[in-house]
Design a protein around this ligand. Sequence first.
Ligand code: SAM
Length: 279
Amino acid sequence: MLRPPHTSYDQLHVYYLDRRDLPAVDDPALIGIWIEDETAILFFHQERGELVSRICQQCGARIIYQASLEYRDWEAGVQVTSFTTAALSVRPVWEAAGTAPAGLVEIVLDPSVIFGSGFHATTRLCLETLESLLLEEGRQIRSVLDLGTGTGLLAIAAARLGAERVLALDNNPLAVEVARKNVALNDCGDRVRVEQADLLDNGLPATGGYDLVIANLYKGLLTQLFANEVFWQGQMYLVSGFLPGMEAELLSALPAGSIRMLYRGRREQWRLWLLRKET
Ligand SMILES: C[S@@+](CC[C@H](N)C(=O)[O-])C[C@H]1O[C@@H](n2cnc3c(N)ncnc32)[C@H](O)[C@@H]1O
């Protein structure tokens, strides 16, 4: 995340260690520590080889891999900048405020190194479908569950467009930290709660109280969720994170007879489904 004196992302210096239980790292150039299984990936704004070697000596860790890259390359070659949809204007924290076109709801975002800057086709598909659902006349979406929230963009958009109660979950502690910061930046902490939870490890909450469940994940995890009856207690489902070649397998994983396909969306090679649970 951005902390003074840093105001934007430029070069990323990445150190991949073979342990996750590291001593506290207090350095102004630290962007964040991404924990994955038993490993830790440290992201810095500046080269920090000496600091990381000291950390390794302290705790017996080893650097598996290290690299320096441009933020743009981390973001799949895309320049993260402000963008608009029909109802929203999303701007990264490093761009000046007050430039949003009139009539749009503004969201400010620190995307850090977390999925959900708004530039991936699946995030944009979800965002556009979400806003049309929330703004559709006569449709009431008061509560939203965002599974795999990343930066928190979809959860924040839901709250800024009228949802009263949003629960946003992610298993990545750095995503949780970033999403919480973004919720605070957008002043919607009274409506959006962000929690760490692993959906593969009993982290799926009861979906029963939610009008909309968002799941922009990946095929393997979606297939597992589809097989879990707890997942199907909500009313509507916005599902994405899969390609055309995966649709047949995912369709066959839907519970027979009780799910209605309301809409199928596509952007680049990615697909989205809007589903409704029939009662
Ligand atoms: C494709 S990204 C979507 C991020 C954001 N919702 C968006 O639409 O841009 C998927 C997110 O799910 C999270 N995730 C992956 N596996 C998970 C699991 N088992 N439990 C909880 N979250 C998970 C990842 O950390 C990541 O932030």
